[in-house]
Design a protein around this ligand. Structure first.
Ligand code: APR
Length: 344
């Protein structure tokens, strides 16, 4: 997928470029910088860096990766955090990401991995650093195709998401498992099991988001031919119809879905290719479908939203509240150690 958050050690990644959280002198430091120098070969890397220092805060330079699996190292200089100059720090941190991305693009990289710049020794609060990183990357990817960007979290336990985004999801997920949301679950089950005329009228009236799914009668053998000739509209036809109805361009859809352009065109042509459930949910988010529309789109590919999987419950929360920012949703999914939305 074009953007993902991953856990791990950036020095082990076989990508075109890894980004170093550097200082202006491009001197070997601690943190991720120390790890990169050690693995790349400190002498060779320092020699290459010395010819390019100093580098202004917010700027970046590129060197070979030397002994690293990555082809290049892009050294970008984030700001030292100062609470009294928060706006200026935010601007410099954004610039550090964009400078590195520009360099990767100029050097024809197809994949790049970032650590969370400035969030260690330079003291940037992690949730804010994450927001700035993700927004800068998203903005860059709006005008650039075919670049995979990973944000690498070394210390999984220190990963945090802005409170206003996370807290309502935490409440929803906790409520779901503790039974706060049981009423809607029971209502659906009730409807699934008995026809509506047998259900209590008041229960039906009060039940939120109830759908009675008619169970198809068991087909007789003679009906089979008719049923096959009368299949529902296939997945990709429905998808194209929805895209038209929403008046979106293909590029808008695959970018908002965090899906690779090439994968999207494969889905579009539909020739025997069935996307994964995660990809379809990403498309549902991109198209801002409501829950019924999402259920319908999933069903056309043979999938369903489960009530017993955390991933599904979280995505369902965002869809039901009409919040369709896939980058924010992925921040929360990563927090819950769930797979992210987009192509696998
Ligand atoms: N892979 C990925 N991320 C890592 C790794 C690693 N191997 N090691 C550390 N990190 C993470 C930290 O957990 C932190 O979230 O990188 C993030 C950035 O932390 P720092 O490396 O401390 O970078 P920064 O805060 O930008 O400070 C830069 O530190 O090492 C010096 O020379 C560097 O002076 C510069 C300053």
């Amino acid at each position: 997928m074009p953007f993902s958050i991953v856990a791990g050690d950036i020095t082990e990644l076989s990508v075109d470029a890894i980004v170093n959280a550097a200082n202006s002198q491009l001197a070997m430091g601690g943190g991720v910088c120390g790890a990169i120098f050690h693995k790349a070969g400190p002498l060779e890397l320092q020699h290459a860096c010395d010819s390019m220092a100093p580098v202004q805060t917010g700027d970046a330079v590129i060197t070979p990766g030397f002994a690293l699996p990555a082809k290049y190292i892009i050294h970008t200089v984030g700001p030292v955090y100062s609470p009294g100059q928060a706006a200026q720090c935010a601007q410099l941190l954004r610039s550090a990401y964009l400078s590195a991305l520009d360099l990767a693009w100029e050097n024809k990289c197809q994949s790049i991995a970032f650590p969370l710049i400035s969030s260690g020794i330079f003291g940037y609060p992690k949730a804010e650093a994450l927001d700035i990183a993700v927004t800068a990357i998203r903005d860059f990817l709006k005008d650039h195709d075919d670049l995979d960007v990973q944000l690498v979290m070394y210390d999984r336990t220190a990963y945090t998401v802005r409170e206003e985004l996370l807290e309502p999801v935490q409440r929803y997920v906790a409520g779901y498992y503790e039974g706060t949301d049981k009423i809607s679950y029971e209502a659906d089950v009730l409807y699934d099991l008995i026809p509506p005329h047998e259900a209590d009228a008041e229960e039906i009236a009060q039940a939120p988001r109830v759908s009675y799914r008619r169970k198809p009668a068991k087909p007789r053998l003679g009906d089979l031919e008719h049923m096959i000739s009368d299949l529902d509209e296939p997945f990709n036809t429905t998808l194209l119809r929805l895209i038209d109805a929403k008046g979106m361009t293909d590029a808008e859809v695959y970018k908002r879905a965090n899906i690779d352009r090439r994968l999207f065109s494969k889905i579009r042509t539909g020739k025997g290719y069935l996307p994964s459930k995660r990809t379809i949910l990403a498309l549902a988010i991109a198209l801002e479908l409501n829950l019924d529309e999402t259920d319908d789109l999933l069903a056309r590919a043979g999938y369903t939203l489960s009530r017993s999987q955390k991933f599904d419950v979280i995505v369902q929360y965002f869809i039901s509240t009409g919040y369709y920012d896939i980058y924010d949703i992925n921040k929360v999914l990563f927090y819950y150690d769930q797979p992210l939305l987009g192509a696998s």
